[in-house]
Ligand binder design. Sequence first.
Ligand code: BJW
Ligand code: ZN
Length: 253
Amino acid sequence: MEIPEALLNRLAKANHVAVLTGAGVSAESGIKTFRDPDGLWAQFNPAELASVDGFMSNPEIVWSWYQHRVEVVNNAKPNPGHYAIAEMQKLFPKLTLITQNVDRLHHRAGSDKVIELHGNIVENHCFDCKEPFHGETNLPDKQLPVCPRCGGRIRPSVVWFGEMLPVGALEAAEEAAYTCDVFFSVGTSAEVYPAANLPVVAKRAGAYVVEVNPNITVLSSYVDAKLPAPSGEALPILLEEFRKYQKFYDDLL
Ligand code: BJW
Ligand code: ZN
């Protein structure tokens, strides 16, 4: 895979790099994406499983689906794409990592200060009083845990369709998109808003926008550079080429 020289050049001059990731970055860890042909939404209905109405209608089914996914995530390991992004945090004066993923694999790969736009799957809170829940989650017969404070139902701390994103997280992500020099969109179909707007904000503000995705997305014809490979392959190659590029110019001086 060829890394465009213009990208290496922009990275060498960059003070602030922003990286937005989606489910594709965890695909090589064995975690299913949503909208790929073998993704979760090919098998399950998002309105039934990832919305407040779905939870209200069938809390036990939603809860047990999330419990299953927590198990998958706990048995998964970060892949070379997650590690390359953690490494990038050391290479640039500032790197903002924004993820739509709920799996915490960026944290486990060593990334610092991850902005989680859609929450995370490993924490839970009360649907009614919002109090965090730290009790037993694995109850028999698909039973839902109950809030010790108000008796409300416990839910996963993710963002469902129709719910607001955590305000601080969205503001920080928008600020990064406005101010970064290079913006990476990695492993996302860029179909879910407001996250899908971030690369557009970055490009309008003058950033060099790069997509890392083996498939074509709504963003592909809009970006300045496309690395058309799985992120676990493309990002380590990018890092290697960037180091060579920097060394070449350092040696000239
Ligand atoms: C690889 C790879 C490899 C594969 N390497 N790549 C404006 C316009 C239209 C609609 C809206 C709008 N604003 C808001 C909306 C409504 C809605 C929305 O966007 N709907 C669209 C679907 C049209 N948004 C919301 O409701 C959001 N809330 C909100 O905006 O509140 C204010 C508001 C409310 C009501 C009305 C208006 C405003 C909340 C969105 C919450 C999303 N939640 C989910 C579930 C989280 C919990 C869980 O995990 O169960 O988040 S849905 C799901 O999609 C999940 C993901 O984070 C999100 C994005 O998916 P992602 O990551 O892009 O995955 P995929 O599968 O789509 O793509 C994977 C990509 O990887 C593919 O491109 C592959 O090619 C690639 N790939 N292998 C690299 N190895
Ligand atoms: Zn409660």
